[in-house]
Design a protein around this ligand. Structure first.
Ligand SMILES: C[S@@+](CC[C@H](N)C(=O)[O-])C[C@H]1O[C@@H](n2cnc3c(N)ncnc32)[C@H](O)[C@@H]1O
Length: 263
């Protein structure tokens, strides 16, 4: 994979080991409710789930819009598209969710056709976040919302991983993200895209259970694939984190930026 387009290519083709790790990372749980609150999704709405991954969020959204609503789920990864189709079918929601394998950044939806577009932890990967905000605005009807949720990779904090070690791994793996500081940038991008009503919230819920160990292992993988890493440091980061999860001293914070732009 080319370094220049790795941020996208590593999603188009995901090796099986990473696919299962991602799958485990994206399971929807009650802690996700706060992330969706500002979107105020209600029964009967048409909602897009842009970058749906394995489909847990699509199932959650389908429950919220109910039988009179509809979910349009999109992803660039073929395995995630089929996992989302299987997941919604298993829940009896196939009629309520249309799953599309996306080949570009333009969505096959009409102007003003959505009540809400949700994009969760995907803005960091799109080629041109400003163009994406503009494209989302096109599809959302007046009064509707674009609700973007994302991290800011320079603000994630871990303990007892050494601060300089983490920064070295992040720097070596940074090619995995198109806009790694997207969290802090989304407010300005939404304004630039023409939204005038933009609300921002940051949720910083610490993880002490070890859920974020997969995130650390993925970052180690990105660093190794970049080729410019220090293996001793990468190994130490994963070892320190793994030991901390085992002995109950693991602490991780990955603030989530919620930008809700009303059309
Ligand atoms: C970190 S995952 C988030 C999955 C899901 N939104 C969630 O939060 O559970 C990122 C997802 O975005 C998809 N993705 C990455 N770049 C994309 C793009 N340019 N357009 C659409 N989907 C993209 C990936 O294939 C992957 O499924």
């Amino acid at each position: 994979m080319s370094q220049d387009t790795y941020y996208k290519d590593h999603w188009v083709a995901i090796e099986p080991e990473r696919l299962d790790r991602y799958e485990a990372q994206f399971v929807w749980g009650p802690r996700g409710n706060r992330l969706l609150e500002p979107a105020a999704i209600t029964a009967g709405q048409a909602v897009a789930d842009y970058g749906c991954g394995p489909g847990y969020l699509s199932v959650e959204l389908a429950g919220r819009v109910g039988p009179a609503g509809h979910i349009h789920a999109f992803d660039i990864n073929a395995d995630f598209v089929s996992r989302t189709r299987d997941r919604v079918a298993a829940k009896g929601l196939a009629d309520r969710v249309t799953v599309t394998h996306l080949q570009g950044d333009t969505l096959p939806l009409d102007d003003d056709s959505l009540d809400c577009l949700v994009i969760k932890n995907v803005m960091v990967y799109v080629d041109d976040p400003l163009a994406s905000f503009r494209e989302f605005r096109r599809m959302v009807k007046p009064g509707g919302k674009v609700h973007a949720i994302d991290s800011d990779f320079y603000m994630a904090a871990f303990d007892p991983i050494d601060v300089a070690d983490w920064r070295a791994v992040l720097d070596a793996g940074i090619h995995a993200f198109r806009t790694p500081a997207i969290g802090r940038k989304m407010y300005g991008l939404a304004l630039q895209a023409g939204f005038t009503d933009v609300a921002v919230e940051v949720i910083a819920a610490p993880d002490t259970s070890g859920r974020m160990l997969n995130f650390i292992k993925n970052m180690a993988g990105y660093a190794r694939e970049g080729g410019a890493h220090d293996e001793e440091i990468v190994t130490r980061v994963v070892d320190v984190a793994s030991r901390a999860v085992k002995d109950g001293t693991f602490f991780a914070l990955n603030p989530q930026f919620l930008v809700t732009a009303t059309v």
